[in-house]
Design a binder for this molecule. Structure first.
Ligand code: FUB
Length: 370
């Protein structure tokens, strides 16, 4: 009898924890980390050190341009905004661009590449950006709330990978939500992947129009999870060439991943790369703090879930990019080492990424160093 009461108590505790984990975007640390460590031990065993010590940076999108690695991160600041589930504490106002000749080499800060003051349609919050190269120009895609507090995706153009970038007068027509990731296929077609739930507002666009009264979190837990989006870009890279389509993510049995499957369902931070002719769609699971991936044979998907790329980092968010450079593959990611665990003050890191013989990505534990 005693055992049964312990079991019931433990079950109740697990449910309580899961519920607060699922709804509490304000937690400075994820539950795994906050339970076991504090102070300087928080980052013990970190497999890599912050790449950019001077300012807080996050959400690194990385590309090889002109033979160098260019990093396009968010620029975190302490705006004094109270943390909430909407992500208002991520109150960023500009972007810096960084480059390096080698992994492990000097990281050059090219200064401010785009300032919110210079974006005609701006409201607030410059979140995770990405850059594409085409027609001899560089296109910076960025999520930003407009003057009605609705996230849209904007484009800014430069002749150089480091900017400065000049914003278009309006956001991309038909764009919404956050975290644009640009991917150009071997045939020269470019696509924009995007979307993010909770503060990223994807759940408020279910019927093609913004629903101000829609759920603050996500869709039903017992139905297919909300899908990230893809749209082909016009050759001028400034507009969508089609209405955004859903990206379908299937589980190992060919069933669409359900909303309640928080270890696998899409939350934000889409990224696509190609390895041995397969498309790898990777993303963050948000409240379960994983970077995982799914593979497919078309840029449109469907993609089948394959596993975890990166175990939880210290900090609520996790966001990454994957890039090949000089015959090695790298995972760029962030944690909160520089701020000792502050959710909204993050720092970019890099580590090597490896595949097994079947093309599966080997899971990385960010704190496994001896
Ligand atoms: O940096 C602000 C937001 O936090 C990003 O857009 C998300 O991906 C998350 O990292």
């Amino acid at each position: 009898m005693k055992e049964i009461s312990y079991l019931l108590f433990a079950t109740a505790l697990i449910f309580t924890c899961c519920e607060s984990k699922a709804l509490n975007r304000t937690a400075g640390l994820n539950p795994v980390d906050s339970a076991k460590i504090s102070g300087p031990d928080l980052f013990k065993g970190a497999i890599s050190e912050p790449l950019i010590p001077g300012i807080f940076t996050a959400d690194p999108s990385v590309h090889v341009f002109e033979g160098k690695l260019f990093i396009y991160p968010s620029h975190d600041i302490d705006a004094g905004t109270t943390e909430n589930d909407n992500g208002d504490h991520f109150a960023m106002k500009d972007y810096h661009v960084f480059s390096m000749d080698e992994v492990g080499g000097v990281v050059k800060d090219h200064g401010i590449a785009l300032d919110v003051q210079d974006i005609p349609w701006a409201g607030r919050q410059l979140w995770a950006p990405d850059v594409a190269f085409r027609n001899g120009k560089y296109y910076l895609y960025f999520p930003l709330k407009d003057k009605n507090d609705i996230f849209r995706i904007g484009v800014a153009i430069s002749d150089k990978p480091q900017g400065p970038f000049k914003a278009q007068p309006e956001p991309i027509k038909g764009s919404f939500s956050i975290d644009p990731a640009a991917f150009t296929d071997n045939d020269g077609s470019s696509y924009l992947y995007f979307g993010g739930i909770w503060g990223g507002q994807l759940q408020q666009w279910e019927n093609g129009e913004f629903n101000a009264k829609g759920s603050k979190f996500e869709g039903p837990q017992d139905q297919p999870a909300l899908a990230p989006k893809i749209a082909k870009l016009k050759p001028n890279m400034l507009q969508f060439a089609e209405v955004p389509k859903d990206i379908i993510i299937l589980d190992e049995n060919g069933k669409i991943i359900q909303g309640g499957d928080h270890d696998k369902r899409f939350f934000e931070a889409a990224w696509v790369h190609k390895y041995k002719d397969k498309y790898y769609f990777s993303y963050s699971t948000g409240d379960t703090h994983l970077i995982c991936y799914a593979t497919g044979s078309s840029p449109y998907g469907p993609f089948t879930y394959q596993g975890i790329i990166l175990n939880p980092v210290v900090g609520w968010t996790t966001h990454h990019s994957i890039v090949e450079f000089k015959e090695k593959w790298y995972l760029f990611y962030h944690d909160t080492q520089l701020s000792n665990g502050k959710t909204h003050l993050r720092n970019v890191k890099v580590t090597e990424l490896k595949y097994d013989n079947e093309g599966k990505i080997i899971t990385i534990d960010p704190y496994s160093s001896k």
